[in-house]
Design a protein around this ligand. Structure first.
Ligand code: NAD
Length: 481
């Protein structure tokens, strides 16, 4: 069975402790490879290599750093199909999604930051004839990048690319649940001769490897994407060490539908925004609020479409809903369906595990997309993140009422709004407590825009120049004239 390796100081190496974890293919429910069960000793080696590489990398010309990142981007493009297959196998997502979204986006993340640094400008502030100030932005040192399983290479590269582009060296940890494409990325770094120590990838468990990264004294900046509870744990570790932190955390996003919207466009997009990647995207809209006059029309049309969605083998190009990422996650999602029923919800479609007919896939973690109605906006099902193919429907009468529902959770990541009334769109966008508001669209992404959440959905922003700012230390230089 294939054993993945860590990537430390330019080499593909076994973990020091010699132990491995099972890597499970969720479409079959079977172990298909082994990943290093690394510990603080591997993190220490990686941090040492990254620290030693920092003076060289941070002093390299912007153009040369850009060339390395572009070379990575080109190799991802060249290995696109293989990487999409690997992502689908590792995560359970349909291969069509990995080909259209995950791997192209990982490629674009490197190309985006490779070119962004060529266009950076520094600020200056004139003080009449007295003096002037200019701002230097220097790389900080070794950056720790920790990412989740839902968009494995996409989110991993969304951190690594700006960290490296701005001159930091990196110790990165992918999710232990979906490590494979991070391993392929380390192969690519070897192929393009990325200088040793610039990027180091350490595989293993969060409480061991992730915790060791958060604690390490030579890693002063940490970018984390994952659950809110883990973010809290990382903050507790990193805050007394005065580390710079960026946290991209959970969500419970509202999808608000007014009667005056373009119904067909809204319905088509709402299918995606509810169930893309089996509902395992932090930006999916899991609470759907519908203006009362079109509630029945929407409900009937939505239930009909969702009940026809094919749940199938991820490697089949026609599959729209693949497997959930793990058995424990499937069980967690199913337990929320049970909770919803206990809270008075009615399951309109789905709610159950699916056993595929193909014998090879009968132990996979499949579930029917699920719609629930009849729940109160403030019940646990509507307040806690489920992170699976489960949405709830609720009618509303006024803007004020739906705003109160939308803003009622502890989260504030993304909101979607469907209306053809421009004034209302502006009014609502302003009042929604959400880092991202999509009007008449969903997941329309421009990599230059700030990305992140309010409240317990996170701290700080990624994306565009926000990420380059995060990974640099501003220094004001004031000169008397
Ligand atoms: P998770 O928090 O369990 O794990 C995320 C990463 O943190 C993994 O690599 C894990 O190994 C590591 N980790 C776990 N414990 C750690 C510790 N004590 N110290 C350091 N690292 C540790 O999250 P997950 O289940 O992999 O991902 C799902 C969550 O991620 C959901 O809550 C989802 O909303 C969130 N998410 C947020 C965004 C966003 O941009 N805001 C994007 C994607 C996913």
């Amino acid at each position: 069975m294939k054993k993945l390796t860590n990537y430390i100081n330019g080499n593909l190496v076994a973990p020091i402790g010699g132990s491995y974890l099972d890597n499970i293919d969720p479409s079959r429910g079977k172990v298909y490879s082994l990943i290093p069960d690394s510990d603080e000793r591997d993190v220490a080696l990686a941090a040492k290599a990254a620290k030693e590489a920092f003076p060289f990398w941070s002093n390299l010309s912007t153009k040369k750093r850009s060339d390395y990142l572009l070379a990575i981007s080109e190799r991802i493009e060249a290995r696109m199909h293989e990487m999409a297959e690997a992502e689908s196998l590792d995560n359970g997502k349909p291969i069509s999604l990995a080909m259209e979204v995950d791997i192209p986006r990982a490629r674009d993340n490197f190309a985006f930051y490779a070119t962004a640094i060529l266009h950076e400008q520094s600020e200056s502030h004139l003080m009449g004839t007295t003096g002037f100030n200019y701002t230097l932005r220097d790389a900080i040192g070794v950056a720790g990048c920790i990412s989740p399983w839902n968009l494995p290479l996409y989110l991993f590269s969304w951190k690594i690319a700006p960290a490296l582009a701005s001159g930091n060296t990196v110790v990165a940890k992918p999710s232990e649940i979906t490590p494979y494409t991070a391993y392929l990325l380390s192969e690519i770094c070897v192929e393009i001769n990325l200088p040793p120590g610039v990027l180091n990838i350490v595989h293993g468990l969060g409480p061991k490897v992730g915790q060791a990264i958060s604690e390490h004294p030579d890693i002063p900046v940490i970018s984390f994407t994952g659950g809110t509870a883990t973010g809290k744990q990382i903050s507790a570790t990193a805050a007394p060490l005065f580390k710079k932190l960026s946290l991209e955390l959970g969500g419970k996003n509202p999808n608000i539908i007014f009667a005056d919207c373009d119904f067909d466009e809204m319905l088509k997009t709402t299918l995606r925004s509810s169930f893309a990647n089996q509902g395992q995207i932090c930006l999916c809209g899991s609470r759907i609020f519908i203006e009362r006059s079109i509630y029945e029309k929407f409900k009937n049309a939505f239930v009909e479409k969702v009940s026809q969605m094919k749940v199938g083998i991820p490697s089949d190009p026609k599959t729209k809903m693949g497997a959930l990422v793990s058995e424990s996650h499937l069980n967690k999602v199913l337990s929320y369906v049970k909770l919803a029923q206990e809270e008075g919800g009615r399951v309109l479609t789905g709610g159950n595990r699916v056993i595929l007919e193909e014998a090879e896939f009968k132990d996979g973690y499949y579930m029917r997309p699920t719609i629930i109605e009849g729940l109160d906006a403030y019940c646990r099902t509507n307040q806690e993140e489920i992170f699976g193919p489960v949405v709830s429907l609720q009618a509303f009468d006024t803007e004020e009422e739906v705003l109160a529902y939308a803003n009622s959770t502890r989260y504030g990541l993304a909101a979607t709004l469907w209306t053809s009334n421009l004034q209302r769109a502006h009014r609502m966008a302003h009042k929604l407590e959400s880092g991202i508001v999509w009007v008449n669209c969903w997941l329309l992404r421009d990599l230059r825009t700030p990305f992140g959440g309010m409240k317990q959905s996170g701290m700080g922003r990624e994306g565009g120049f926000e990420a380059l700012r995060f990974f640099t230390e501003p220094k004001n230089v004031c000169i008397r004239l």
